[in-house]
Ligand binder design. Structure first.
Ligand SMILES: C[S@@+](CC[C@H](N)C(=O)[O-])C[C@H]1O[C@@H](n2cnc3c(N)ncnc32)[C@H](O)[C@@H]1O
Length: 301
């Protein structure tokens, strides 16, 4: 993308976006840290109990690749010591960091673009008045809620912009920190049409050269909150639209059922649920109606 595509901005913090596809720490970097079968099983169980993420094939390589850095940072010479520390840490900070490291945060702007076409062409016209509350659940580093915000701003007359509110949530505090900073390397925004970029992003200068920040008029639509599906029961509000994409693939049937029930409860009557095209609600019990690929609707009555 040409640098002149974006208006200038000041004060964008430098941000290391390591949260996309994690797992690049070389195995054995700290020396030969052994991962016994027993410790691997404990980690798999812990991750499942605390996040619902079910680690299957390749789990040994994944755990080694993603947790070595935690061991190195904490000065632990074995997974056994590390796990003992996780168990002792009553602050909850280390289990949060462990889950941050394990979760896959891959995402992108305008991912699965048909969903944003549907939002613009079918959902927006049906929301002529009242609040437009959207929940981007499992939003990772924020590309999804920003894309939703941009789509709504461009689809609605400015007199309706005050009706838009987006809740963006994730399990990962690291992903949420990146999301709320709203600063992305230029290559992350390179696929966004130039006119959309110009309207809704600012360009970094000086030390921030090579980065783009989501413009304030988009950022102010979005509230970021840590929500773990396994710990949430009632958020105290209903949403006209919920996006929950590319996360249920990491869950087994039981957890999928819990999450689908949670999402269904939080849909306003007539509200829409967007899942990923690589996911399905088959095998879960719900009262939603299929309306388009990877899109479901709660009945009005
Ligand atoms: C692959 S990203 C999906 C991002 C975005 N929704 C998309 O489709 O591009 C999956 C996200 O799910 C989050 N996640 C995993 N388990 C979760 C849980 N139990 N509660 C909330 N978020 C969770 C991860 O932290 C990660 O950021």
């Amino acid at each position: 993308m040409r640098r002149s595509a974006l208006p200038n901005m000041c004060g964008v913090r430098s941000l290391h976006m390591s949260s996309h596809v994690k797992g690049s720490d070389p195995i054995g970097d700290t020396g030969d840290v052994r991962l016994s079968d027993a410790d691997l099983s404990r980690i798999v169980r812990l991750v499942y109990e605390r996040s619902g993420i079910a680690l299957h094939s390749g789990k040994r390589a994944l755990v080694l690749a993603r947790l070595q850095k935690r061991l190195r940072v904490g000065g632990f010479s074995s997974f056994r010591d590390y796990l003992a520390y996780v168990g002792r840490d009553t602050s909850g900070a280390e289990i949060t960091a462990l889950l941050d490291a394990i979760a896959t945060n891959h995402t992108s702007f305008f991912r699965e673009p048909q969903h944003f076409d549907f939002l613009r062409s079918t959902v927006v016209p049906a929301l002529a008045k009242g609040p437009i509350r959207i929940w981007s659940a499992a939003c990772s580093s924020g590309e999804e809620p920003v894309t939703i915000g941009i789509t709504l701003l461009d689809a609605l007359d400015s007199q309706h912009h005050a009706r838009i509110r987006i809740l963006a949530s994730d399990l990962s505090t690291k992903a949420l920190a990146a999301a709320s900073a709203g600063v992305y390397r230029m290559e992350r925004v390179a696929g966004i049409p130039l006119d959309v970029l110009r309207r809704h992003f600012e360009r970094g200068l000086g030390a921030q050269t090579g980065q783009a920040r989501v413009a304030a008029h988009v950022r102010r639509l979005i509230e970021y909150r840590r929500i773990n599906f396994l710990e949430a029961s009632d958020l105290g509000e209903r949403f006209e639209v919920i996006f929950c994409r590319n996360v249920m693939i990491y869950f087994d049937r039981d957890v999928q059922q819990r999450v689908v029930s949670l999402l269904e409860r939080h849909l306003a009557p007539g509200g829409y649920l967007f899942i990923s095209h690589s996911e399905s609600l088959n095998g879960t019990t719900h009262g939603l109606r299929w309306v388009a690929p990877a899109i479901y609707q709660r009945l009005t009555a």
